[in-house]
Design a binder for this molecule. Structure first.
Ligand code: G6P
Length: 366
């Protein structure tokens, strides 16, 4: 079947807009009518898993980093995350009862596949989260979980990222429930919140004009900083990656708490700082980092919900309002502003959004 842009200017815009639909599909593929999480092929016995190693490249590695927060906080399983190119040559010792998880849109990334083969050689259980079911990574796994994102054409990954997060979150909830650290009632609450996610993402997409106007302001910057704390830190990394990939603006992400250990030296009135901060338990901490930026005349773009903005948006350069969601869903939701800020900045700069220079959709050679 021929894939077209469906009336959008770029594949990336189309793929961003598709997210409510494909996320909804991914969720329904893994839920039974009675609302139980079902994994293919008998799934995994999480009561026999003591630790998890997660390995990927690029955007998929940020999905892994986000999942680390979830696995550790919700399922109480310690997780190590690494990029495949480092993991494979470090030859890390892998204790028994470790589950190795590989995340890849294409399922063909050379370094990720090599890392998988390394773990396979150590007789580890191999789980993969992939978009292409017939890919090498899927075939060489003990269990492959498809993300049901559909074909992704834009080189900068968007819908595959949010579908990876969705499937990983379902896996975390299943693990937590199987291990007895998340009771059925709490699981049911999370699942009903998840079922509402597509419509919440729609609401976020409706903020497109706000993101476009913030992006016009970003487009003249030379450097941009992204800040986030806790589970929003990987999202800050993803926002910075998207921006540099398609707009060619230098962007870096830091865990908010690290600001004072270096990056604050860069901040002056020339440097926009994007702060991803839903009103959660860590909000006040992130806001105090944001105020340190503003005290140095840094121009803050604050992305938060209505409560967060009413508390902290005074004096910011630009604010972007996200709908309120359950805390654990915030990383999936805040992918939308990360993507749209980069997209509109690239459009404003006139770069080749779908085929950015020097980049490939799938890196199948080292
Ligand atoms: C390339 C793409 C990225 C992607 C990464 C990993 O760098 O441009 O969008 O995140 O490869 O690809 P994979 O197919 O393994 O997810």
């Amino acid at each position: 079947t021929r894939i077209d842009k469906g009336g959008h200017k770029h594949f990336m815009a189309k793929e961003i807009a598709e997210q409510p639909g494909v996320i909804g599909q991914a969720i329904s593929h893994y839920l039974s009518d009675r609302g139980e999480i079902m994994l293919p092929d008998g799934g995994i016995d999480f009561t026999k898993v003591d630790r998890i190693t997660m390995v990927a490249c690029g955007t998929a590695s940020y999905a892994c980093m986000t999942a680390k927060y979830w696995f550790e906080q919700i399922a109480r399983i310690p997780v190590e995350v690494d990029v495949a190119s480092e993991f494979r040559y470090r030859e890390p010792p892998i204790p028994d009862r470790t589950l190795a998880v590989f995340v890849s849109q294409s399922g063909e990334t050379a370094d990720t596949l090599a890392a998988l083969r390394y773990c396979d050689g150590k007789a580890q259980s191999i789980l993969s989260v992939i978009n292409v079911p017939e890919s090498s990574i899927a075939r060489e796994s003990d269990l492959a979980l498809p993300i049901y994102a559909g074909v992704e054409v834009g080189v900068a990954s968007t819908k595959a990222f949010t579908c990876q997060l969705t499937v990983l979150l379902l896996l975390v909830l299943k693990a937590a429930n199987d291990r007895g650290v998340l009771d059925d009632a709490a699981l049911a609450d999370h699942i009903s919140a998840l079922r509402g996610l597509p419509s919440v993402i729609n609401t976020a997409l409706e903020q497109n004009d706000m993101m476009r106007s913030a992006a016009y302001k970003l487009s003249s910057a030379r450097d941009v900083l992204f800040l986030g704390r806790g589970q929003m830190f990987p999202l800050a990394l993803e926002g910075a990656l998207k921006l540099k990939e398609i707009s060619y603006i230098h962007a870096e992400a830091y865990a908010s708490g690290e600001l004072k250990h270096g990056p604050i030296a860069l901040v002056d009135e020339e440097v926009p700082v994007v702060v991803l901060a839903p009103k959660d338990a860590l909000f006040d901490k992130t806001v105090s980092n944001m105020q340190e930026v503003m005290a140095r005349k840094g121009k803050v773009i604050l992305v938060s919900d209505a409560d967060g903005l009413s508390e902290a948006s005074h004096g910011v350069w630009e604010s972007i309002e996200m709908p309120k969601v359950a805390d654990i869903l915030a990383p999936i939701l805040y992918a939308i502003p990360a993507q749209l800020l980069a997209y509109h900045t690239a459009v404003a700069k006139g770069t080749d959004v779908d085929q950015p220079r020097n980049l490939a959709k799938s890196v199948t050679v080292e």
